[in-house]
Design a protein around this ligand. Sequence first.
Ligand code: UDP
Ligand code: MG
Length: 336
Amino acid sequence: MRAGFSGSNNEREETDKMAEIMYIVVPCYNEEEMLPITAKALMKKLSDLIEGGRISPKSKVMFVNDGSKDKTWEVITKLNELSSFFTGISLSRNKGHQNALLAGLMTAKDRADIIVSMDADLQDDIDAIDGFLDKRAEGCEIVYGVRSSREKDTAFKRNTAQLYYKILEKMGVEITYNHADYRLMSRRAVEALAQFREVNLFLRGLVPMVGFKSDTVTYVRNERVAGESKYPLKKMISFAVEGITSLSVKPIRFITALGFVVFFVSLVMLIYFLITWAVGNTVRGWASTITSVWAIGGLQLLAIGIIGEYIGKIYLETKARPKYIIDIDLEENEKE
Ligand code: UDP
Ligand code: MG
């Protein structure tokens, strides 16, 4: 900060100069019902923050249309016409939440100093952004939004999620407990994230690898106001598997260890059978034979399955296909 200023007017001028441009990136898939509500709330938030001199008046909300099948993109373009607070990009097709979010981050990083990512459904308390900015002022490059409680989620979602975080931790994945993709990142942090070339994306596991000074802000998670969850159980499970296999090789090591144990057990069994044979007992254990055949068979299938999962990942990574393709960029259009 420069010295020599005094008086509130000058101070205000100074904060104006220093205020950073903030983009709020919001991935949207079939959110036509939710968007008008979200847009209204975010617009209020942005104007309050700009009014308070906390962010630059050039700040915007960037909606990412993830190949929606409903009127989502129409709503976004209409919002863009109504107010310069709103901008948007549209992907060429549905690529999933993580890729849509990445597309938004990568586009916004060339226009903003700080980028907040959040879902379209207002489940994440937008007032936590104030806390994000406080941490940013303290010099943080990444601020994670952490849910203080999950009471509003269904008991099933809450329990499975909690178990999942525990498993991830055991697998050696560094992850912030109860943090979804609601966070603030500086341009520097997003540029660092851009260097991660992987196709299999699990952003909340990758962002901590970026490093830099970071902190957390806790908030209460709400219920979805309109529309329904775009994460049915099937998508949730594949997202969970993605999280583990894209960030940890422990499952493969586990298989190796299991292989050793099973092999050792079979040796012990062999010795035991040899002794009973020598003593002269006839073979009785048909049941145990069949059981072990099934047990080993099952283990082998499991092992092949897990290895296959990784080989599938390698296959996709070597292709290095683009993670998303932008069809329309409203801000690019404006410039022309
Ligand atoms: N989403 C997306 N692409 C998809 C699925 C979801 O961009 O293929 C967006 C969705 O519009 C929302 C966010 O990802 O903004 C989180 O989805 P949702 O709220 O349905 O998930 P939940 O909160 O139930 O886990
Ligand atoms: Mg949601």
